[in-house]
Design a protein around this ligand. Structure first.
Ligand SMILES: CC(C)(COP(=O)(O)OP(=O)(O)OC[C@H]1O[C@@H](n2cnc3c(N)ncnc32)[C@H](O)[C@@H]1OP(=O)(O)O)[C@@H](O)C(=O)NCCC(=O)NCCS
Length: 180
């Protein structure tokens, strides 16, 4: 595992997207996400967005808590979503993602998750990438399964989301697991 500050590289994500570090020019992406009913409940995207949302992403790389990426569409250079890898002890990390509502329906999260997971194994040498998904979240479950993540169990009352304790499915992928 590298030492902080973490370098957030630019990575290809299939042919249609690239993963890259956050910039202040990404504020419109945060603005769109902040209006989504679910994203502010499960991420640090605030319902009232500001520069602080981007600065928090930089801070995560600086403090060594993770690698936050923006998913950029190659055809028009537009920032359409995010994928992040959050470091954990013992060669593990957890991944998270959200896509701007206007860019959903085209497998963007799958492209981003595949890219970040492949990089976690090949470049960081991690042994396990984990994901936590609410059971009702079919789009996220499909994304995880298509990227080769396997469900390992239901974590009951795992975390509070929107003021309510929620169960989470734990997914994980190991380097030897094939894609779904
Ligand atoms: C989860 C999320 C990132 C997926 O975005 P996306 O990449 O645009 O995903 P898509 O809409 O292309 O859907 C992926 C798959 O789920 C399926 N799907 C999407 N919405 C669905 C729904 N409401 N019911 C059933 N299936 C659905 C799609 O058909 C697709 O299936 P396929 O793999 O068989 O083709 C996006 O919905 C999002 O940002 N949600 C809010 C934040 C969130 O939940 N993040 C994940 C937390 S664990």
């Amino acid at each position: 595992m590298p030492e902080p500050p973490f370098d957030v590289p630019r990575l290809p994500a299939g042919d249609a997207f690239v993963l890259r570090p956050w910039t202040l020019a990404d504020l419109p992406l945060v603005e769109e996400a902040s209006a989504d009913p679910y994203i502010p409940l499960i991420t640090t995207v605030p319902a009232a967005y500001s520069h602080a949302a981007v600065e928090r992403q930089w801070d995560r790389a600086t403090r060594g808590t993770g690698w936050p990426f923006v998913v950029e569409r190659v055809t028009d250079g537009r920032a359409v979503g995010t994928v992040g890898l959050w470091s954990a002890p013992h060669g593990r990390a957890s991944a998270g993602y959200w896509i701007a509502p206007s860019a959903r329906g085209g497998g963007v999260a799958l492209a981003g998750l595949r890219a970040v997971t492949g990089w976690a194994f090949a470049a960081l040498g991690l042994a396990r990438v984990e994901l936590y998904v609410e059971p009702w979240n079919t789009a996220s479950r499909r994304t995880a399964e298509s990227a080769g993540f396997r469900v390992e169990g239901l974590l009951r009352s795992w975390q509070e989301v929107g003021g309510v304790r929620r169960d989470m499915l734990m997914y994980a992928r190991l380097p030897a697991d094939s894609e779904g």
